[in-house]
Design a protein around this ligand. Structure first.
Ligand code: GAP
Length: 468
């Protein structure tokens, strides 16, 4: 039930106009998707989703700041992921420290193996990843950027972990790393969580947190950055049941992306085979999204076997085995991992939502992700309209993230909200005062309907719940 609207203009005798959906307006031209990432970068900056980091100093490569709308979108994304995990009885949450004992990264294999082959051009100073280059150009040492022949260096291995020092001494004994993935914090806490939460295998531990990688070729906006946020889940299972769980999690994860409103034809699985398969993995699939830069990894689902727990057991000297009380047996569980970058999920949501019809730009985003669910527009800045609007706004804000705009023409106000993906607009006019109805406008169809003001919360809630 919507809370009742306590409006001074409300009369017990007015006639509520019947709900009538006006004719759906036609787009100005053929509706286009996002083709050029720069268009999105510019929209995100203008509207306050994402700004280049430290912009007043000229920016810092591959670091981005989330603005007022970006942080709402990010919070919505994280909340949806967190709820999808922790609503399960077989899941526990964790927030491990970013700085960990340096031996963690020796055990995990990151110190020795988290490397990319780096190639420099001695002429133009451009930098490349040898494994992503045209192999003929690499062999001939020809620079793909400046075109000069024979100017590339030999590939050398470059570790992607950021190093820093703990405490005042900057010697080698004090070296610590900014974590390049959140997963290891879960592995080293496996028994702490299992025993304190009294979980039995199979169960999972999930975590959202920052990760850092000194990427050689970052770019494509927030697709590949040096500081990013991961949403990772590690599911601990009995060896032998791992492939069954792997298949279950693959399916659950793609369904989660669908539930965010991402179009099904823009998502696909890509299986890692042969050399693509990480040293720790028995099986791995990427969930790929068709970004404007082409099909690229959005999320990874990995069967990591008992590699990680085995290595931490070996390097720490601590027994990390699970004791199955019923079967009276001890074993190292296998781990099925799901790992998605929050920033990458946001990029996919933005790319997928972007629409342009030649005149109008709008984000056709799932309302659960939209920064604002509803925007309120008094048609004019007249005291009686403002009084009505203020009361309705206060009522809406108790229920949804809402915003208010009384500046400029109503058309411009609609456009502003369309560009930030607000699914519903509410216009208050003089009829609103007389008959206590408002106009509800729908972002995607531009359809407008007249409904009683006191039904508004209920109508919006119902439409969000049954979206898509
Ligand atoms: N624990 C497993 C792991 O970290 P990964 O494939 O290296 O696996 C998982 O990363 C996810 O993290 C990727 O699918 C991507 O969404 C995100 N990710 C990885 N590197 C990133 C970067 N430099 N910038 C933004 N997101 C990144």
């Amino acid at each position: 039930m919507s809370p009742s609207l306590n409006c001074a203009h409300r009369s017990g005798t007015f006639q509520v106009k019947p709900m009538n959906e006006t004719e759906i307006k036609k787009p100005a031209g053929p509706v286009q998707d996002l083709k050029d990432m720069n268009v999105l970068v510019s929209l995100c900056k203008q509207r306050g989703f994402v700004f280049p980091s430290s912009e007043v100093y000229g920016g810092i490569n591959a670091c981005w700041d989330y603005g007022p709308l970006g942080i709402e979108l990010k919070r919505n994304m994280k909340e949806r992921w967190w709820r999808s995990m922790t609503d399960r009885e077989d899941m526990e949450g964790l927030d491990a420290a970013i700085l960990m004992h340096p031996k963690v990264w020796e055990a995990s294999g990151h110190v020795a193996g988290f490397v990319d082959p780096l190639v420099d051009c001695k002429n133009c100073k451009a930098r490349f990843r040898a494994d992503q280059m045209d192999q003929a150009k690499l062999a001939a040492k020809d620079c793909p950027t400046c075109g000069k022949k024979g100017t590339l260096t030999e590939p050398r291995q470059f570790n992607l972990m950021f190093k820093t020092h703990m405490g005042p001494l900057e010697d080698s004994a004090a070296v610590v790393y900014l974590r390049p993935e959140t997963a290891q914090g879960i592995y080293v806490n496996f028994l702490n969580v299992q025993q304190s939460a009294r979980q039995k295998i199979p169960f999972g531990i999930c975590q959202i947190g920052k990760a850092f990688r000194n990427e050689i070729t970052p770019g494509n906006f927030i697709f590949r950055t040096r500081e990013f946020e991961q949403m990772e889940m590690q599911f601990f299972v009995k060896p032998g049941t791992d492939m069954e769980w792997f298949e279950k999690w693959k399916e659950l994860r793609i369904q989660w992306h669908y539930s965010n409103g991402i179009r099904k034809n823009k998502l696909r699985f890509h299986e890692h085979a042969g050399t693509e398969l990480a040293h720790y993995a028995k099986a791995a699939f990427d969930i790929e999204y068709e970004f404007p830069i082409g099909w690229s990894e959005l999320e990874g689902v990995h069967n990591r076997t008992d590699f990680d727990l085995g290595r931490h057991q070996q390097f720490s000297g601590k027994n990390l085995q699970y004791f199955d009380e019923q079967a009276k047996e001890k074993y190292l569980p296998y781990i099925v991992e799901t790992s998605v970058g929050c920033d990458r999920a946001i990029l996919a949501a933005l790319c997928d939502a972007y629409r342009f019809d030649g005149e109008r730009t709008w984000l056709e985003m799932h309302p659960a992700l939209s920064p604002y669910k509803v925007a309120l527009f008094p048609l004019m800045k007249k005291p009686e309209l403002l009084e009505f609007s203020d009361k309705l706004y206060a009522d809406l804000k108790k229920n949804f993230r809402a915003t208010y705009d009384d500046a400029g023409s109503i058309g411009k106000r609609y456009r502003r909200q369309d560009e930030i993906g607000t699914p519903f607009g509410v216009t208050i006019d003089y009829d609103s005062i007389n008959d206590h109805t408002i106009t509800l406008r729908h972002r995607d169809s531009m359809a407008q309907e007249r409904i009683p003001a006191e039904k508004l919360v209920e109508v919006i809630r119902e439409k969000i719940e049954n979206w898509g």
